[in-house]
Design a protein around this ligand. Sequence first.
Ligand code: FAD
Length: 368
Amino acid sequence: MSSPRITSPDSPALATLCAQLAARADAADLSGAWPAEQLRLCGEAGVYEWFLPVEYGGQDWSDLDVVRGYLALAAADLTTTFIITQRTGACRRVASGENEELKQRVLPALATADNFATVGISHLTTSHRHLGKPVLTATRTAAGYVLDGFSPWVTGGDHAGCILVGAVVVDGDVVTDEQILAFVPTSDPGVRADMPAKLVAVSHSHTGRVQFDSVLVSDEWIVAGPVANVMMAGRASRPGGHETSTLAIGLASAALDFLKQEAAKREELRPAHEALAAEHAEVVSDLLAIAEGNAVCSSESLRQRANSLVLRSTQAALAAAKGAGYVAGHPVGRWCREALFFLVWSCPQPVMNANLCELAGLGMVSDG
Ligand SMILES: Cc1cc2nc3c(=O)[nH]c(=O)nc-3n(C[C@H](O)[C@H](O)[C@H](O)COP(=O)(O)OP(=O)(O)OC[C@H]3O[C@@H](n4cnc5c(N)ncnc54)[C@H](O)[C@@H]3O)c2cc1C
């Protein structure tokens, strides 16, 4: 069955696509197979166009519309939506980068499902940072940069045509404070995706390490840098921004919809559903305000509340589903496992600290 095109978050076609994704989500989780059909349906429905400027074949949705679209997709199928965020991350970095020729060359092809790109940047922000030496280095040569090392977490690395990867510039043994972002074709000699990791959830995102063994990247593939803090270059959304919170809030709404259906039949569930639904409405309202440009709270505070809400909502749904929900293949068990992902995905230190405080019963840290 084909998907009608989605041109706004109010489009009925979005609900149609979400129903198609939700119907496949449990089987995809159990199988661990890459969700090729789900990604094809999203491409056919025009989802990849939401995030791209019109000049590259995109629909250039506003931040608010993107948030509304992501909320619906994440409630239907978190893993496919997460994969789309990584794909979008790569596209947005290229689109906000300095290489005009690269934009013209690669972005129009990324408006469709025929091409998949992804990101490997966490080692510049939230992963392997305590080791004191970079895990992926770039050495300047006359022909371009030579990449050596690995990117520890790359979603869909074994299915990507190109990976937007970050590396720290070195000069011999000297580590400089400069970094580059490059859009590296996976067909380049020396690029190798390891077997994807088996994960607590979202395993079918095929996330794993990608090795770069003396990979020569010519200047035509450089997106940004060399510069200090290359992740701050351009206008692409930063890790820990409201995209991660949006997906957490979307997943929470799936759990709360389930709880609502159960509460309609079981009086004793109503107070819990009402309290969580009221909290969800408040968080959604703040998220939409931020997406409209009103800084009603910091992105860290929003993320902390979204993390807390998704963990409690999914576990409340499991408690309501009882033992039946604990059987593999029931969506609430999957939602609980998926919610744990938000404790580790692109989680900046202040958010992690706040999550730990809450888990330790030390109370929620307020937005200061
Ligand atoms: C399913 C999944 C998909 C992801 N997809 C992507 C993606 O597509 N692209 C991308 O760029 N990133 C991706 N990430 C990375 C993610 O955003 C985070 O960067 C990652 O989860 C951080 O975890 P880490 O284990 O690498 O952190 P690390 O900080 O490297 O921690 C690893 C271990 O090191 C030790 N350690 C940590 N800090 C210290 C310290 N200060 N002192 C001593 N020991 C320490 C601990 O034992 C810890 O378990 C993904 C992550 C997951 C889980």
